[in-house]
Design a protein around this ligand. Structure first.
Ligand code: UDP
Ligand code: MG
Length: 345
């Protein structure tokens, strides 16, 4: 087997604090793999800047000027982790035999990627990185994440337990991934649907090297809601069940109140009327809201809007080099030459 071309895709959103260390560790790791002859010399690391407002892109761009292993993709604005990842995968696909995605904070074990490659060379098309334990995560993160996997499972969504977006995919798997054209993207749910020969590698998850999590509780809740409603109609079924339940309860109450009427105690009915109005009203609102959620999804899907817009791509295109002027620091020079960039950052 000829050495496969590997691209490591790293989505980055406001990661200036960890990025220099991440670049250092990943380049070191990749040159190790290249020297070992496990991957081709053409292998690269693609950093996707997801519309960061800090120095993230500058760090990536500057590094790509003198390190051919480091390439950058700059998105026009923040589109979220999943879309940024997809942008990276699609960009890398053409020139790679396999692609590994990993978060910029290096909470996932870099060394596990070596085993990913070994598995790929054995013929696996998808290799999932699975967290063995999450001791290093905060208690809160650990339990909310576990609750999330459990809830997803109960909702009938097929997920690889404790696997996030740390995985290897072959060129063939990536090509199939592109055929899933949904706008409401939830990669963790989609990748297992591709099938092919796949396996898992276990590793210990570490603490974030620096900087804060980009997934506060609000985003996490939105993410799980997105996951559930993109993959399962269980919520609608629950609403239907609730409807039936309240219907039968109201039948029981109805006969009870009728009995009261014949016994001549009608005036006590006020309480029950008020309660049932509120109850039914509430149920209806929930039901309409939920149905609306799905209609909203259909609405989004039918528009087929692009999931991301690429501003600059130094993976498939040559790195735009700054013209060297007399005087001025290197940083200033490329700010001036990449006029558009310095305006947006
Ligand atoms: N990220 C991104 N766009 C966003 C939010 C996050 O590209 O809008 C990236 C972020 O830079 C990191 C990865 O997604 O590389 C995972 O984020 P984070 O580590 O903050 O999440 P956690 O590990 O806390 O769940
Ligand atoms: Mg993280």
């Amino acid at each position: 087997m000829e050495n496969p071309v590997l691209t490591i895709v790293v989505p980055c959103y406001n990661e200036e604090e960890v990025l220099p260390e991440t670049i250092l560790q990943l380049t070191h790791f990749l040159s190790g793999l290249r020297d070992e002859g496990l991957v081709s010399k053409k292998s690269k690391i693609l950093f996707v800047d997801d519309g960061s407002r800090d120095q993230t892109w500058h760090i990536i761009y500057k590094k790509s000027l003198n390190e051919e292993m480091v390439r950058g993709l700059k998105l026009s604005r923040n589109v979220g982790h999943q879309n940024a990842l997809l942008a990276g995968l699609s960009t890398a696909k053409g020139a790679s035999d396999c692609v590994i995605s990993i978060d910029a904070d290096l909470q996932d074990d870099i060394q596990a990627m070596r085993e990913f490659i070994l598995k790929f060379r054995e013929g696996y098309e998808i290799v999932y990185g699975v967290r063995r334990k999450r001791d290093r995560d905060t208690m809160f993160k650990k339990y909310t994440a576990q609750g999330f996997y459990l809830l997803m499972q109960k909702m009938g969504v097929n997920l690889v337990y404790n696997h996030a977006d740390f995985r290897l995919m072959s060129k063939r798997a990536l090509a199939e991934l592109e055929r899933f054209e949904e706008v409401n993207l939830f990669l963790r749910g989609i990748v297992p649907l591709i099938g092919f020969r796949s396996t898992s590698i276990y590793y210990d998850r570490k603490e974030r090297m620096a900087g804060a999590t980009k997934y506060p509780l609000k985003k996490m809740l939105a993410f799980s809601f997105e996951g559930i409603t993109s993959f399962s109609v269980t919520p609608i079924r629950c609403v239907l069940l609730l409807g039936f339940l309240s219907f039968f309860i109201s039948l029981l109450f109805g006969s009870y109140f009728l009995g009261l009427k014949f016994l001549g105690h009608t005036e006590i009915g006020w309480t029950s009327i008020i309660t049932s109005i509120w109850l039914i009203g509430g149920l209806q609102l929930i039901a309409i809201g939920l149905v609306g959620e799905y209609i909203g999804k259909i609405y989004k899907e039918t528009k087929r809007r692009p999931k991301y817009v690429i501003d600059l791509d130094t993976f498939n295109l040559p790195v735009p080099r700054p013209i060297i002027h007399a005087g001025g620091s290197e940083m200033e020079l490329y700010h001036r030459d990449m006029g558009k960039l310095s305006e947006t950052n």
